[in-house]
Design a protein around this ligand. Sequence first.
Ligand code: GTP
Ligand code: SPV
Ligand code: MN
Length: 622
Amino acid sequence: MTATTTPTPPSPTTPSAASRTAPRGRAALEAWVQEIAALTEPDQVLWCDGSEREKEDLLAQMVADGSLIPLDAERRPGSYLARSTPADVARLEGRTFICSAREEDAGPTNNWRDPVQARRELEEDFAGSMRGRTMYVMPFSMGALDSDLARIGVQITDSPYVVVSSAIMTRMGSAALERIGEDTPWVPAVHSVGMPLVDAAGAPIPDVPWPSNEHKTIAHFPETREIWSYGSGYGGNALLAKKCFALRIASVLGREEGWLAEHMLLIRATPPSGRPLHIAAAFPSACGKTNFAMMTPSLPGWTVETLGDDITWMRPDADGRLRAINPEAGFFGVAPGTGWSTNPAAMETIERDTIFTNVALTADGDVWWEGATPEPPEGLVDWQGREWDPAAGTPAAHPNGRFTVSAAQCPRIAPDWEDPDGVPLDAIIVGGRRATNVPLVAEARDWAEGVFFGATVASEQTAAAEGPVGELRIDPFAMLPFSGYDMAHAWEHWLEIGEQLGESAPRIFRVNWFRKGEDGSYLWPGFGENSRVIEWISRRLAGEAETVDTPIGLLPRPEDLDVEGLDLEEGVLAELFAVDPAAWSAEAVQLREHFARFGDRVPEALRARLDALSDVGTAPPS
Ligand code: GTP
Ligand code: SPV
Ligand code: MN
């Protein structure tokens, strides 16, 4: 555990390694806990052991104080509903900061703060912020406890909701604490909802069901591997092991140590006869990772097993293959759109022992959201606790309403999902939510083109983050909100890993389930039917399927995609694979602006691909 990888020599752009280290060992941990307690002034400090008993006690306490609503014990055993305040419903990208010593290390896509100044302001925010509350100390492991790829963190929080959620999402408690040996590095993460129960003069402040502060800051210090989050109790803002550690801090660690931390699901897909394939796929937030990860393949004889639904850590192994693990232990999934017809495995997963946030409550003590059933039941209470009027035009569940549930409960979970060695990857998929332009599937001619696919992922914005839903934004490798350093350096890192892997590198594909026809409806049925795309990928890997060579990659020949039984209307397949040169020329202009933000740090191999793409408008597809 916590075995270090052989570090790759730092590239010239990597700042000196001397200043780059996390705290190590138990003594440093105890000192840090005391220091944070002195700063935040909680009533008591509680070290979490991760036991069932601890979880039960916290749940009972939250039910008693009204911050959790227990669901009907028969319809949804062991499950609860939390309602946030309307101002705390999604990740806050505008209030998320990378506080690297040098501004350029954060890159043009991150909000940068000077670490000294950020620290000073955070200390002001956190001073006395836990007065009247309990400060919980949660040691946790990202990755199975005995995996070489796993890393340890310790989160401090004053939110019991965050404790029970982290107990689901990570390996949290005594076992993780025991892994902290004398010299073990651990990532310190401090979180406060920013609502003390006693004011500076000692007068009590009444608590509320969802405490938060209108001033919110989520700050990362890549050099010292620290995370500080203030003012929000929601998702990635508060469960610091997830996006803050496993992506933003881990991406920095990965670059220095020769591995990758990515916003990817992880599956094993097995054909009726033949070798299982391991696939990791990067889609932006709310663009289908959980659904793809738990897919029920429509193709007879195929199985898909879930290994992870949001984050994948990957490292070249001794045999030169790219090995992948899911560092998480649970799913924090989007509820709206999850239904028996689209994702039955998720529906089964959340039948019990689940914490729901910002979904609707039914009259009989169950939960509901848009897409759970075709018709809403009578007598719903909406996510804000108000009687819901279907005619009012507002959704009953918040579009970013979520479920938090242990991965072990998923009927599709691979029996070996906690294997410390992880799985060797055969294919990597990238994709976004694109109404136009991007075909259902394309294969990259080589690793560099695959990295280009990744570096140019674009997607229509969803409700997972604050901001205008529907607007197209370029979201490289689905990591725009999650990279802890300059993304151009991340692409360079990808290219280097590819070189290291050589012939054993997984093949890279780009997909788009969301292309729309002229009437505005989706052309492709999606969900379980996406297995047809996996089937084509598997034949490509086996050297069995032909392709059409186009300037935007290798497309399937129409006859090579298995659409038997799909009942696609005449012309739909052609629309799904149509390459419109004018539209791609326009896209190339947008991509050029995107690359320009990164100046000369964009690797030459990627510029060359863009130049080739810019010619699409003039050159006919070969
Ligand atoms: P995060 O947890 O935010 O990272 O999201 P995610 O990438 O896991 O997305 P998720 O699988 O939860 O899907 C988000 C939304 O996309 C849901 O409303 C789904 O119903 C919808 N969706 C997922 N897959 C498909 C698909 O193949 N086709 C269509 N049309 N919609 C899909
Ligand atoms: C995402 O937005 O990609 C999520 C939800 O997985 S959160 O944990 O809030 O980032
Ligand atoms: Mn995600």
